[in-house]
Design a protein. Structure first.
Lengths: 298, 257
């Protein structure tokens, strides 16, 4: 059974069509990286899944049941945009309010447990308004974790965090993954997402353009040869005659995408009087795969 | 039912821990003191229009109970002067302000989003808000009543109960409190429509509230009987159920973020 199954989802905001028949399948236990440009429909899809927006068409099923089903909704934890706390209340009191709303019996113990998961046990007495962005995002995740949800929907939990905040968040998300719940994370920070996601969905213009597992991504990510030489321009021109795609990357290395072996490039350039100072083979990551996919679409 | 009880518990806790309620209750206590003392000080003073030369005599309260209401059938019940406007009925708008801030705060902080995204029913939400704001509003009415007693004493006004008794006064207060259900329901509906936009709730509830405002003195005179209280309770309840259903529909059919 799939944790989430969306078919033909449509949503309009006035004359703007935000979702144009989006399909999405999230298997149980997956960490689903939900990727797309700003305005591509990620947040709208997540809000629709949570019942915060009303769809214009299509169907959303959570664990095989309609998303409005009260029983199935009781197993969903959500962080959409901001945690939804009262700024003048302490983190602890905000958490207790939410725990009470969820009808959690041993609220204090449960709050303590989730605060520990998100590494916030030391900041429970802080007023919410005094918390940093990273702390607020972790509090949001703690909110979502209350009541042992089977499905977590996290809307951009890692965006805007500093390096340390990102590291803590990565650890938190890895711990959550160990709890065995299905997680849907939308984010622009693809490098971080790549470290935790088991499945990906790439959305563009309100439509799902690609869904794949991490293994499929790995298989479809092309290998390239990156090299450096003192005569970069000449090398680039020479390689461009032989290989279909040669690019200079942000680190000043020449990337040759369809070379079978690095040795053949070394030999080819050597024959043309160019010496290579550095050469390596690598695979494009999720970020580059995504950029390529977007370029192809355009 | 369990969810509703939980939500009521949480909302009561929020209402009674938020400074706004105590500020409003404090204001409600001070306002009658200020009105009674100041109008008594100005009573009989004459203001002259410099352009027309017309003299206007400012009339204050003759009786401290006038700030609560008028006796049905009396001359003062027919006249819309300052004393009939500056009375406890103004609180219906103050209660609407309390309700609008309380509900809109849920949407602005994202608390409502948390509630609806998970497992709360919209109907429970509307009932909970209406009940809690009603109780908060009732406290404001009682504070105003206490302020009226204090203000009347300070201003040295008589507490003349000609034409009504203590029972009438109690029924008048009860009727006014029950009728508040209607105004709270209007404010909750307007806030559900406005969501994060507090001004929509405030403007909406004041505009719709105005439609019902004029009938308050008729329904809640100082010589009110149990029938007045029952009518106000029934009317308030019927309207709050109807408006509550509309609020629920609004929440069901519109975006919550």
């Amino acid at each position: 059974m799939n944790a989430i199954e969306i078919k033909g989802l449509t949503k309009n905001f006035g004359s703007k069509q935000a979702l144009k028949g989006l399909n999405m399948t999230v298997p149980v236990g997956a960490i689903y990286g939900f990727i797309g440009e700003n305005g591509s429909g990620k947040s709208t899809t997540e809000k629709l899944m949570c019942g915060l927006l009303v769809p214009d068409g299509g169907s959303i099923k959570l664990y095989g049941k309609d998303y409005r089903d009260a029983e199935v909704r009781s197993h969903v934890g959500v962080l959409i945009e901001s945690p939804g706390c009262f700024p003048n209340y302490s983190v602890w009191n905000n958490m207790l309010l939410q725990a009470a709303n969820l009808g959690i019996k041993n609220a204090e113990a449960e709050v303590r447990k989730v605060l520990k998961i998100v590494r916030m046990e030391g900041a429970a007495s802080n007023k919410f308004k005094n918390c940093s962005l990273g702390m607020k995002q972790r509090i949001g995740i703690a909110f979502a974790l209350l009541g042992n949800p089977k499905l977590l929907i996290l809307d951009e939990p890692i965006n805007g965090l500093d390096v340390d905040g990102m590291r803590i968040m990565r650890e938190v998300l890895a711990d959550i993954a160990k709890l065995g719940c299905t997680v849907v994370i939308s984010s622009h920070v693809l490098g971080e997402l790549e470290k935790i996601a088991t499945h990906y969905g790439i959305v563009r213009g309100g439509k799902m353009i690609k869904e794949m597992t991490a293994a499929e991504l790995e298989a479809s990510c092309r290998t390239y040869v990156a090299l450096q030489t003192k005569e970069m321009n000449r090398a680039k021109a020479l390689l461009a005659c032989k290989y279909s795609r040669v690019e200079e990357d942000e680190n000043g290395l020449l990337r040759v995408y369809d070379a079978k072996e690095p040795e053949e490039i070394v030999q080819y350039l050597y024959d043309n009087g160019i010496l290579i100072s550095e050469i390596k083979t690598a695979k494009i990551g999720l970020e580059e795969y995504y950029i390529d996919l977007m370029k192809e679409g355009k | 039912m369990k969810r509703l009880k939980t939500m009521l518990h949480v909302d009561f806790r929020r209402m009674f821990t938020m400074p706004l309620l105590y500020i409003m209750v404090g204001i409600c206590m001070v306002i009658p003191v200020l009105i009674l003392v100041m109008t008594t000080m100005m009573d009989g003073s004459v203001s002259v229009n410099p352009q027309t030369g017309v003299e206007t005599v400012i009339e204050g309260f003759d009786n401290a109970w006038q700030i609560i209401g008028t006796v049905s059938g009396s001359d003062s019940a027919m006249v819309m002067d300052m004393t009939s406007m500056c009375n406890i009925n103004l609180l219906y708008f103050a209660v609407a302000v309390l309700a609008c801030i309380f509900v809109s705060d849920d949407f602005r902080s994202g608390y409502a989003k948390n509630l609806f995204a998970v497992r709360s029913k919209k109907g429970d939400y509307v009932i909970s808000k209406t009940v809690v704001c009603f109780v908060g509003g009732a406290l404001m009415f009682l504070a105003f009543f206490a302020g009226s007693l204090l203000g009347g004493t300070i201003a040295g006004l008589p507490f003349d109960m000609t034409g009504f008794g203590v029972d009438g006064l109690v029924m008048c207060l009860l009727s006014k409190i029950f009728l508040m259900l209607l105004f709270v329901a209007i404010a909750v509906l307007a806030s559900c429509v406005g969501k994060q936009k507090l001004w929509v709730g405030l403007v909406g509830s004041c505009m719709v509230g105005m439609l019902f405002f004029m009938m308050i003195p008729m329904l809640t005179p100082l010589n009110a009987t149990a029938m007045n209280a029952v009518l106000c309770l029934a009317g308030g309840a019927i309207f709050s159920v109807g408006l509550g259903l509309i609020s629920k529909t609004v929440l069901n059919k519109t975006s919550l973020v």
